[in-house]
Design a protein around this ligand. Structure first.
Ligand SMILES: Cc1cc2nc3c(=O)[nH]c(=O)nc-3n(C[C@H](O)[C@H](O)[C@H](O)COP(=O)(O)OP(=O)(O)OC[C@H]3O[C@@H](n4cnc5c(N)ncnc54)[C@H](O)[C@@H]3O)c2cc1C
Ligand code: HEM
Length: 393
């Protein structure tokens, strides 16, 4: 339990975190990844290099410090962290490592004059409290996955049953459990964690489940990233019959129950969660507008499948926008998605549910346009294919 003195010390450090939070978390990662090689595989090097991971952690710590008196105000942030942690199998034994490195980083970055014993003691107590909340919520999620039909805890071996080329850049992988057992149901929009060993190095990545499946297999659809380690391995080296380890589905970017019109907006490989959302929502009676942006038809995945849905279900409509169309490409619009274009493609009723995903600048624009076009902010949902960050156009 935090004392009033602890709270006061934490709150006094908020302004410092606001200006120097990223320097602190950069230093923290340097210490932790340098001195604790056992946690290195948990962290994605590309997210470190872009600074997104540091910013996400700095933001988490800052939000916590700001709301130290009212933890309930953290709201969705806790669920978001828990889901990401669970998908990558963060375990209770990892927390003391983060805790000790964080305290050392606070001491070394703020200096002894500011990071006094009292301040460090307050942060140790506060970290312990937050860790307890996260560990508890994560254990609950692990237990729920383990106890559900077809569920499991930790890693489960799967085999690649089939691969399907969906575009010049995206390939779907159909994965079946090696034990031949049933598979945990998941909510449309959720993702799995994947663990691989490449050249002796362990790596973990998340991939959205791109089809609802039949309870016997999971489908993920992977874009080849230039210079990307795992995606290139999955595209070029993984053969049908090869094994992979999967952690159970997680994620809070899920299709919520609703009868309101549904708008799914995606760009590039951001289409993957929208596919299982469309599959789940079609035929439910609600109007569905499926808006997808791609560079050109060559990299436009699942076009035929989406067409088949619109033909079979009159309440589903689709709209495509190509930013760099090739000579014979057919789309509803070319160039970047503009507010005017989006306005034409939204249902007239603005009391709708929107879900969007794509590159960050695209998402920032979509978020802004939806707000300007009268879609209530709390009905505008999004996910990042990387550490969460602020979305400002
Ligand atoms: C919730 C979630 C869902 C996702 N769903 C999907 C999905 O459905 N489909 C999909 O394709 N992807 C998805 N992703 C993204 C996926 O997890 C991987 O990030 C993606 O496949 C790239 O991984 P990689 O190993 O190929 O690339 P990485 O090796 O991680 O590299 C990514 C990029 O960073 C560069 N890079 C790597 N290391 C460094 C470094 N040290 N310094 C500088 N640059 C570096 C690489 O050159 C490359 O351009 C999802 C991510 C999340 C978080
Ligand atoms: C109180 C302690 C912690 C806090 C406040 C915290 C906070 C966060 C936040 C805010 C994110 C970003 C979430 C998102 O992108 O949606 C995150 C992701 C992550 N956390 Fe934690 N975390 C804590 C403890 C830990 C521990 C103990 C580990 C393991 C050593 C860990 C490993 C990770 C990893 C691997 C990610 C994903 C990073 C990525 O996407 O590149 N975290 N955490």
């Amino acid at each position: 339990m935090l004392s009033a003195q602890h709270r006061a010390s934490i709150q006094a450090t908020v302004p410092l975190l606001e200006t120097g939070g990223e320097a602190l978390t950069r230093h923290f990662y340097r210490i932790m990844l340098g001195e604790h090689p056992e946690v290195r595989p948990l962290f994605n090097q590309a997210h470190q290099a872009s600074g997104d991971q540091q910013r996400a952690l700095a933001n988490g710590v800052l939000m916590y410090a700001r709301h130290i008196d009212r933890l309930e105000a953290l709201g969705p942030l806790v669920g978001q962290i828990v889901n990401k942690h669970v998908s990558l199998q963060i375990l209770p034994e990892h927390y003391p490592i983060v805790g000790s490195c964080l305290l050392r980083a606070i001491r070394e970055v703020l200096g002894a004059q500011i990071a006094t014993d009292a301040v460090l003691e307050a942060w140790a107590a506060a970290y312990g409290q937050l860790a307890e909340i996260l560990i508890g919520a994560e254990e609950q999620a692990y237990a729920t996955s383990a106890d559900a039909a077809g569920g499991w805890r930790g890693a489960r071996w799967f085999r690649l049953a089939n691969r399907v080329t969906e575009s010049e850049e995206i390939t779907s992988l159909h994965l079946v459990p090696e034990d031949g057992g049933a598979l945990l149901a998941f909510q449309p929009g959720q993702y799995i964690g994947l663990r691989l060993h490449l050249d002796g190095e362990e790596m973990r990545r998340n991939y959205s489940l791109s089809a609802l499946g039949d309870g016997r297999e999971y489908r993920i659809s992977v874009k080849r990233e230039v210079g990307g380690k795992v995606s290139n391995y999955l595209h070029d080296q993984l053969q049908v019959g090869d094994r992979l380890e999967l952690f159970p589905p997680a994620g809070d970017f899920v299709l919520r129950p609703s009868a309101k019109p549904l708008v799914l907006i995606s760009a590039g490989v951001g289409i993957t969660p929208a596919l299982s959302m469309l599959e789940a929502a079609k035929g439910s009676g609600r109007a569905i507008h499926f808006i997808h942006c791609a560079r050109h038809a060559g990299v436009h995945a699942f076009r035929d499948w989406v067409h088949a849905q619109t033909e079979a279900h009159p309440e589903v409509r689709h709209f495509y926008c190509y930013s760099e169309p090739r000579a014979d490409d057919q789309a509803h619009a070319t160039g970047l998605l503009t507010r005017e274009r989006l306005e034409q493609w939204l249902p007239e009723e603005r009391d709708l549910d929107a879900y969007f995903l794509g590159p960050k600048p695209f998402m920032a624009q979509v978020k802004k346009y939806l707000r300007e076009l009268g879609v209530p902010e709390q009905q505008s949902h999004y996910e990042f294919f990387g550490p969460a960050s602020a979305l400002e156009a």
